[in-house]
Design a protein. Structure first.
Length: 340
């Protein structure tokens, strides 16, 4: 029996695209409020999961997420929704509101139970930070600090289950995003440089430790693209799909995804730290390791690009991202962290 298509192959696989479209249409039938109100789910984004816009008329909209295969089980998705809901209720941070299906469940199984689907209220707003890039990073820092403080004090349900973004997930026998050695453009010379980088990251994080003040539940993809700016100037945090247990400073590194080598990064880090420290202080030891986490994320993204070559962004970045990663690694290894 052939393997089912994975969502990150959709851009190259019309059959996979049709399959996930069928799942979306099947999911709509599971929500009484949508019955007869939606003509056709409109695919608006494919990256890992597939996101559909549902137009109910009279300005009413919903967002339907169809999950990729094999990344999360149902209890893990329910755990994601539980933290997102707790953040909204306990801190006032705006997060997407998940809606129950006809059986009162937040997660719907469709297409022979192979796919998981979640229906959300539509979050209206703009995708571009209204006051500019640095201000956007200050907001990312502020929100990250508030989320980390909440995570540290939140009593999770006993059934709560999310994966970890630890060294094993990054570089172990079964790395979550694949092995960086399989990145696009990783030849013998690049492999030698990046292997030294991995070794240095391992050493520094082992010394840094993972105690409760530094490691806990994180968003793990806190980028500007995952903020929706509302008319009142506040930002809603979306896309908790990668949330799990990791170092809190990994959320800084995630905010710099794909731009770690650019000249503005030192200023953006400063802005993020300023925002963060309005709510939670960072020790000198934590400040000293900021670039360790940036490089950890960078190496993970080399792996991600290699394992997601059907995604437009991965194809666009390609071997040049590996080349820039090696240049950045050399600076990091020599103690010159900031891009020139």
């Amino acid at each position: 029996m052939p393997e089912q298509p994975t969502l990150h192959d959709l851009s190259d696989d019309p059959q996979a695209l049709e399959e996930v479209g069928r799942c979306a249409r099947a999911a709509v039938e599971c929500y009484p409020e949508l019955a007869g109100a939606v003509d056709e789910p409109v695919l608006i984004n494919v990256s890992e999961n597939a996101t559909f816009l549902l137009d109910l008329g009279d300005g009413e909209r919903r967002i339907l997420r169809i999950h990729r295969l094999g990344y999360h089980c149902q209890v893990e998705v329910e755990s994601e929704l539980a933290w997102s809901r707790a953040l909204r209720q306990d801190t006032g941070i705006s997060t997407p509101v998940a809606l129950p299906n006809g059986d009162g469940q937040m997660v719907t199984r469709v297409c022979g139970s192979a796919r998981l689907a979640v229906l959300f209220e539509y979050v209206a707003g703009e995708e571009v930070a209204p006051a500019g890039l640095k201000s956007g990073f200050e907001t990312l820092g502020e929100l990250s600090a508030q989320m980390h403080r909440h995570a540290a004090g939140w009593r999770r349900p006993g059934w709560f289950s999310r994966f970890s973004w630890d060294i094993e997930a990054a570089f172990g026998a079964f790395p979550r995003w694949g092995a960086w050695m399989n990145g696009i453009g990783v030849g013998p010379e690049e492999a030698q440089i990046l292997a030294r980088l991995e070794e240095r990251i391992r050493e520094r994080l082992a010394a840094f430790g993972a105690d409760a003040g530094r490691y806990g539940l994180i968003h793990a993809d806190m980028r500007l693209s995952n903020l929706i700016w509302r008319p009142n100037g506040d930002a809603s945090v979306i896309d908790f799909d990668d949330s799990g247990f990791g170092w809190y400073l990994y959320d800084l590194a995630a905010s710099l995804s794909f731009i770690e080598h650019t000249p503005e990064v030192p200023d953006l880090i400063d802005a993020w730290v300023n925002g963060y420290q309005r709510h939670t202080s960072l020790s000198a030891g934590e400040i000293a390791e900021l670039w360790t986490f940036v490089m950890l994320r960078r190496l993970l993204l080399v792996a991600w690009i290699g394992s997601h070559q059907g995604v437009d962004l991965a194809r666009e970045l390609g071997a040049s991202y590996t080349e820039q990663s090696c240049e950045l690694a050399e600076r990091f290894l020599s103690g010159r962290c900031a891009p020139s």
